[in-house]
Design a protein around this ligand. Structure first.
Ligand SMILES: *[C@@H]1O[C@H](CO)[C@@H](O)[C@H](O)[C@H]1NC(C)=O
Ligand SMILES: *[C@@H]1O[C@H](CO)[C@@H](O)[C@H](O)[C@H]1NC(C)=O
Ligand SMILES: *[C@@H]1O[C@H](CO)[C@@H](O)[C@H](O)[C@H]1NC(C)=O
Ligand SMILES: *[C@@H]1O[C@H](CO)[C@@H](O)[C@H](O)[C@H]1NC(C)=O
Ligand SMILES: *[C@@H]1O[C@H](CO)[C@@H](O)[C@H](O)[C@H]1NC(C)=O
Ligand SMILES: *[C@@H]1O[C@H](CO)[C@@H](O)[C@H](O)[C@H]1NC(C)=O
Ligand SMILES: *[C@@H]1O[C@H](CO)[C@@H](O)[C@H](O)[C@H]1NC(C)=O
Ligand SMILES: *[C@@H]1O[C@H](CO)[C@@H](O)[C@H](O)[C@H]1NC(C)=O
Ligand SMILES: CC(=O)N[C@H]1CO[C@H](CO)[C@@H](O)[C@@H]1O
Length: 472
């Protein structure tokens, strides 16, 4: 395809070439060497600047039976790009000996192979005696080569009076060699007529080889091989790197300014779809949308759009839920038991047992501290194996010595007792007073009695006396 294009341009250029003038490269420094020489018709006569076609001013190759090829090699003294080779033949003969010849080029002095020909004479017409042949090549040596023997001479042979080569210094082309090949990636040489570049293409992206004119509208980049089809309103893009104009991309998900790839987090044919927001690092496959770096904690599946199965949580759902309240599920992201913990556990994942001395849901209760031998209470319900003296209940939290109610009762009782005592005290005082009164009465009575007793005893003595006296 590309080659065909180049060839078309080349063919086209054949017509153009006649109107373009080039530098004549053969000068006094040009050397010529031949395969053989007839007498003193030496090769240098072909580059002596004299176009006289008299045989005496011409080069002539030898004719011996053992000769199989005749050639004349022009040494330009350096590498040049040339477009055509013109040569003058002796004018005293029909120029038939050159039928079927070729023009070959080389950078070295060994006879170049047929593939290096830039011109092959078809050998069917009689040539004019001044010939100009197209030879668009870059080389140091130009060979006029003949291995045919069209005249049935003893061997291939020819006579050439003068050669001229039209071309430019390498890296230049066009009318008067005035243009440079800088538009080519290989700027050393380019097509001498139109400046078409070689297979290395153009000097920069944005140009269409081989002539390296600006890309056609809608194309850009290296060899204009890329299409700017993602710009808004089908706008054409910048030719070199394909950036869309200020209107930006056709779809919001494209990454400006090129609008080729998707912005991070978008995928799909037109980057129109969001990657799952549960992809671990936002990014997903541009085509399929599968998450590239796994899922966020709590999600699985290649699209990361499924939450962990019940009872699992965390990265890749590898973690197992803790002791959530009443077997409820934990939050798939971080394992938090949203309804709290079963008794005996705490922390957001309910995987931490209560520390010694605490119990109940979320370990919110403190043990009574009255378990026997200072043992910790049961972490689920606070119960003790048994209690220290003075306490009762499964949790040993009933103080049977001085429970507050008992104390109050006691106080009440004491008060009552006091009241009673006070009452009794009052009674006693009355009694005492009564008794004192009684005692007074008794004392008075005693005195009376004592006096009576005295009287009586005096009486009895008197009686005794009387009796003794009487001697009864
Ligand atoms: C001769 O050498 C030049 C580079 O110096 C190169 O561009 C050109 O193709 C060569 N010609 C041939 C016939 O090898
Ligand atoms: C080719 O390009 C190189 C680098 O840009 C430059 O140095 C060199 O002079 C150019 N050659 C020609 C013949 O313009
Ligand atoms: C853009 O071009 C494509 C084909 O090249 C066409 O199908 C589409 O309708 C165009 N869109 C706009 C907005 O012009
Ligand atoms: C993509 O996500 C953005 C922001 O989260 C939202 O506004 C938009 O509607 C989403 N697009 C689609 C196609 O889901
Ligand atoms: C996950 O997303 C993919 C692609 O969008 C879809 O095919 C699939 O049905 C979704 N699965 C769930 C469970 O939503
Ligand atoms: C525990 O869960 C069961 C079934 O899930 C439910 O029937 C019961 O009422 C729950 N009990 C409490 C105390 O929440
Ligand atoms: C776990 O995630 C839930 C739901 O997003 C949130 O309410 C809770 O605070 C998180 N827990 C921790 C410890 O981050
Ligand atoms: C407290 O829990 C323990 C262990 O689970 C159990 O043996 C005990 O019977 C429970 N006590 C009460 C009062 O529920
Ligand atoms: C008790 C008393 O005085 N007894 C006297 C009775 O009389 C005789 C004699 O007369 C006395 O001897 C008793 O002493």
């Amino acid at each position: 395809m590309k080659m065909a294009a180049i060839r078309n341009v080349f063919l086209l250029s054949l017509f153009v070439s006649k109107t373009v003038t080039y530098t004549q490269l053969v000068n006094s420094n040009t050397k010529a060497v031949s395969s053989s020489t007839y007498q003193d018709y030496v090769a240098s006569r072909a580059v002596d600047g004299n176009t006289d076609q008299d045989m005496s001013r011409c080069f002539h190759s030898d004719y011996r039976r053992d000769i199989t090829e005749a050639w004349l090699r022009i040494d330009l003294g350096g590498v040049y790009s040339f477009n055509s080779v013109k040569f003058w033949l002796r004018d005293d003969r029909k120029p038939t000996r050159l039928r079927g010849h070729s023009l070959r080029v080389s950078n070295g002095t060994t006879v170049p192979p047929p593939e290096s020909s830039c011109y092959n004479d078809p050998g069917i017409v009689i040539l004019p005696i001044i010939i100009e042949e197209d030879c668009e090549r870059t080389a140091q040596y130009i060979w006029i080569y003949q291995s045919n023997n069209p005249d049935y001479d003893r061997c291939p042979m020819f006579a050439i009076c003068e050669v001229q080569v039209f071309g430019c210094e390498t890296g230049h082309y066009g009318e008067d060699c005035s243009k440079k090949c800088n538009h080519c990636n290989n700027n050393a040489t380019c097509g001498i007529q139109n400046g078409e570049c070689d297979d290395n293409g153009c000097a920069s992206p944005g140009y269409q080889p081989p002539l390296c004119k600006e890309c056609y509208t809608g194309f850009y980049g290296e060899d204009c091989s890329k299409k700017c089809d993602h710009c808004k309103n089908n706008a054409s893009c910048e030719k070199q790197y394909g950036e869309c104009d200020i209107l930006g991309c056709a779809y919001a998900g494209y990454q400006p300014p090129l609008c080729k790839g998707c912005i991070l987090g978008m995928y799909g044919l037109h980057c129109e779809r969001n990657c799952s927001r549960y992809c671990r690092f936002v990014d997903c496959d541009r085509k399929t949308g599968t998450c590239l770096d796994g899922c966020k904690s709590g999600y699985i599946g290649s699209f990361c759009n499924q939450t962990c199965p019940i009872g699992k949580y965390g990265p890749n759902c590898r973690e197992i839920c803790g002791h959530c309240y009443n077997n409820s599920d934990c939050y798939h992201g971080n394992g938090t038991c949203l309804e709290g913990c079963d008794p005996g556990y705490w922390n957001h994942e309910c995987k931490t047992p209560c520390s010694d001395g605490r119990y109940g849901q979320n370990c919110q209760y403190t043990c009574s501290g009255n378990c026997v031998n200072g043992e910790a209470c049961d972490k689920t319900n606070g119960s003790c194996r048994s209690c220290v003296d003075g306490f009762q209940g499964s949790k040993c939290d009933r103080d049977i010595r001085q429970s507050p109610t008992d104390l109050k009762k006691k106080m009440d009782i004491d008060y009552l007792k006091m009241e009673r005592m006070m009452l009794e005290n009052q009674k006693t005082e009355k009694e005492i007073k009564r008794l004192e009164a009684e005692a007074e009465v008794l004392r008075v009575r005693k005195n009376v009695l004592l006096r009576l007793q005295g009287i009586l005893s005096e009486l009895s003595e008197v009686v005794v006396q009387l009796l003794n006296d009487s001697k009864i």
